[in-house]
Design a protein around this ligand. Structure first.
Ligand code: AMP
Length: 112
């Protein structure tokens, strides 16, 4: 069980900004941008690399929800970045699929 499962189960606290039957969104504990929110599925999928055909609608829901949250918190018009770090070389540290919403400052490219 990952720390994100514990957040889903309300076993540890988080600054939750959105929740529905499929996903949860909460503020990152170590923000790297003025707005840094994670959107996670309640289904314990380890990473994008583990997504199956049956998860297509769920992944779409996560992306749609991220875009809605970006609007709600006021970063949509200026712009923001969605990131899904995947496995070791992708820089993933928590093995529960999550979409980072990063906003509130200009992003650089390429990422590190
Ligand atoms: P990643 O490195 O892409 O796997 O992202 C994991 C993110 O989870 C990091 O940005 C961490 O700061 C964040 N994180 C880890 N534990 C918590 C927690 N308890 N509450 C909120 N965010 C967390």
């Amino acid at each position: 069980m990952t720390i994100f499962s514990k957040i889903i189960n309300k076993e540890i606290p988080a600054d939750i900004v959105y929740e529905d039957e499929l996903c949860l969104a909460f503020r990152d504990i170590s923000p790297v941008a003025p707005t840094h929110i994670l959107v996670i599925p309640k289904k314990p999928i380890r990473s994008m690399a583990e997504v199956e055909r049956e998860d297509k609608e769920l992944v779409g829901h996560l992306m749609y929800t991220a875009a809605r949250i970006a609007k709600d918190v006021g970063v949509s018009e200026a712009g923001y970045r969605l990131v899904a770090n995947t496995n070791d070389e992708g820089g993933q540290s928590v093995p529960h699929l999550h979409i980072h919403i990063l906003g509130g400052r200009s992003m650089t490219w390429p990422p590190g």
